[in-house]
Ligand binder design. Sequence first.
Ligand SMILES: [Zn+2]
Length: 259
Amino acid sequence: MRAALLAAFLLVGCVGFHPRDPEWRRAKSAAPDATDATAVRVLPRSQWQVIGSSVEGRPLRVLRLGQGPRRVLWVGGIHGDEREGAFATAELPRAFAALPGALEAVTLTILEDANPDGSQHNTRGNANGIDLNRNYPANNYLPGDSRGEFPLDQPEAKVLHDLVLAERPHLVIVAHSWRKDHFINFDGPAEHLAELFSARSGFRLKRSDKIAPTPGSLGSWIGHKLKQPILTLEYERGTDPRSAWMDTRQAILAVILAE
Ligand SMILES: [Zn+2]
């Protein structure tokens, strides 16, 4: 009974949340059925929860903290050979929970690793050799050997896609790394957040038009199709993950709490 009431509440909430944004509503209508989305929501918080599995059967895990109205999704990595954000992902729950008022202001969802097979094998793509950050139903999606035959034909991409549509985050942050450079990139209405991140970390703000096209990327899907803010955090490749966290800790917490 309690679950049914909560499900009804969540459904009502979903319908009314973005009244001026038909893209979100269309996206929501294509989401997994409400039972799936609700199941994600009602499980106890502050425990890692498996929400899907990779090609090779490794779990994709999320942790939820707080119950505030602002919803933020942190993705600890999507390219398996870019694990510089792993320490930040491990430390973020404690740092976030220790901030006064954070748990009341924000619901933070952490996806530990969107590509656990790639992390295991130290490959950019998943076990099928597909770059998961090119497998999203963005307007610029292009099929290809490294991008999949069609959007979301890779299980890891589908899991994160469904998580985004279930959570409807106000901000998504994804950790990556870049050869011989570090910067913060954004898509969608996130320029002010990228500027805040830059100010607190010293990371240069690098615009998407200064980077090679990324068809089917999360930034293209979330930022340009769903029109929601997304930050792509590029650590310098090879940075000690502990240093990476220390260098960006204040900036990460600032954008999580920002409006
Ligand atoms: Zn990357």
